[in-house]
Design a protein around this ligand. Structure first.
Ligand code: NAD
Length: 437
């Protein structure tokens, strides 16, 4: 059993804390957000993540998991410190490391004995060295070791991802620390999850290279989808056949309105910035970023084509605000780019999301929010699907048609049956499959 402090109790910190306590460790999750911690202390989960509530509850009950608004005391009472604070996009599209630096300072001030400092946040290559030098500069007399341990969980499936990762990356060549980190992940290690030991820099790079590759794959299939539309090919059949090639894999070959989310957009930008800074530009990555911007704008153009006029004065129903299903996270979501474009074009927006409306409201309080898709589409001039929530997949299309002023649908996630839409005389479009009408 290890004594672990998690600094930053967001999507990654909370899931990691719950997971590590479930492995049998004594974990304290701390955050400077008092509201978040007081919710957790009173048994509420501040984010929507399937399976998280019961995992947190059972480990709190067993006395292995607790919460603190005081990162300093969490650090002092632990042997291993996981840094899981945010690294959003900052100036010049680089990662903003202010929270990381602040935590490094707090760690230095509270290093009351040997500890392992381990970064889970996604940080540019070289950040590990900076964290170490911040700690050294404030505290030379106490020993510590540093590890990079990037996290690969996906929101919406994060418990399963944490409990059954494809691999664990441990960035340290120090054998004593490798052994301790193996013990931290012992339940996974004995289940034969591969553990890769690398240098700190390599571990940092693995995370960016992986995320950017996935974003690149999405941009690629989006561009293929756009070409499919022009040449009347079906991108789904193309993607399925491509995916059957073991060298390619079917994952991340789903066309849509552009990649988004809390990680891909900022991580791909940070990697591109790293390339420029090192005079080793990543041309494929720069192009994927450009392609993604265009894909988003394309959705608005498609909508205009469907309604056959400018959007001013129209009521557009937006179904889905989160960046993917099964999460309430709206960071980098397609909705965050599309809704302002609809508003600036003079449209009225009626929005519905099963979970994410409250988070979206923080950014766009001026649009209309509804508690069901039926209410959102009622009397609308057109409807856009932006997130592939299951309840949209199985919408009753006759009901949809009956409620709308005009039966016009832009399905940016390709989840509705084209055949059924055609049968019901919808005017519709999607990405990469040309409707026969
Ligand atoms: P988040 O915004 O949900 O959580 C970060 C938390 O850190 C917040 O609760 C914030 O209040 C807290 N914080 C900020 N400064 C602090 C400080 N000085 N002391 C203590 N707490 C502080 O972010 P997230 O989505 O959990 O992401 C965290 C990191 O993990 C990022 O680097 C991200 O790129 C990476 N990551 C995220 C995911 C994901 O799916 N969200 C997956 C893998 C990796």
């Amino acid at each position: 059993m290890k004594k672990i402090a998690i600094i930053g109790t967001g999507y990654v910190g909370l899931v990691s804390g719950a997971g590590l306590s479930d492995f049998g460790h004594q974990v304290v999750c701390s955050d400077i957000d008092k509201n978040k911690i007081s919710m957790l202390e009173s048994g509420e989960i501040p984010i929507y993540e399937p399976g998280l509530e019961s995992l947190v509850r059972s480990n709190v009950k067993e006395g292995r998991l607790r919460f603190s608004v005081d990162p300093a005391s969490a650090i002092r009472s632990s042997d291993i410190i996981f840094i899981a604070v945010g690294t959003p996009q900052g100036e010049n599209r680089k990662a903003d490391l202010s929270a990381i630096k602040a935590v490094a300072g707090t760690i230095a001030e509270n290093l009351n004995g040997y500890k392992i400092v381990c970064t889970k946040s996604t940080v540019p290559v070289g950040t590990g060295k900076r964290i170490q030098s911040i700690i050294y500069s404030k505290k030379q007399q106490v020993e510590f070791d540093y590890v990079s341990n990037p996290e690969f969980l996906r929101e919406g499936a994060s418990i399963n991802d944490f409990m059954h990762p494809d691999r664990i990356i441990i960035g340290t060549h120090n054998e004593k620390v490798q052994k301790i980190m193996k013990d931290v992940y012992r339940p996974l290690y004995i289940n034969e999850t591969p553990i890769l030991f690398t240098s700190v820099e390599t571990a940092e790079m693995i995370k960016y290279a992986s995320n950017a590759f996935l974003a690149l794959k999405i941009s690629y299939i989006n561009e293929i989808a756009n070409l499919c539309e022009a040449v009347e090919a079906d991108v789904h059949e193309v993607a399925r056949a491509m995916g059957q090639d073991g060298r390619i894999s079917p994952k991340f070959l789903h066309p849509g309105p552009g990649f988004g989310g809390s990680c891909f957009p900022k991580d791909i930008q940070a990697l591109a910035a790293m390339g420029r800074e090192q005079n080793s530009p990543l041309l494929t990555i720069e192009s994927a970023i450009e392609a993604n911007k265009k894909q988003n704008i394309r959705m608005i153009d498609k909508l205009k084509t469907l309604v056959g006029r400018e959007l001013k004065g129209l009521t557009i129903a937006v179904l889905g605000l989160s960046f993917k299903p099964e999460t309430d996270d709206v960071r980098g979501a397609a909705s965050r780019l599309i809704v302002p474009k609809l508003l600036s074009a003079g449209a009225k927006v009626n929005a519905y999301d099963p979970i994410a409306s409250e988070n979206f409201k923080l950014h766009y309080p001026e649009i209309n929010y509804f508690y069901s898709w039926q209410n959102a589409v009622n009397e609308s001039d057109a409807c856009m699907i932006l997130t592939e929530w299951n309840e949209f997949r199985c919408m009753d299309l006759s009901e949809l048609k009956g409620l709308m002023k005009y039966p016009i649908v832009l399905d940016t996630k390709n989840i509705l049956s084209m055949l059924n839409l055609e049968k019901l005389d919808f005017k519709f479009d999607n990405v990469g499959r040309k409707p026969s009408t």
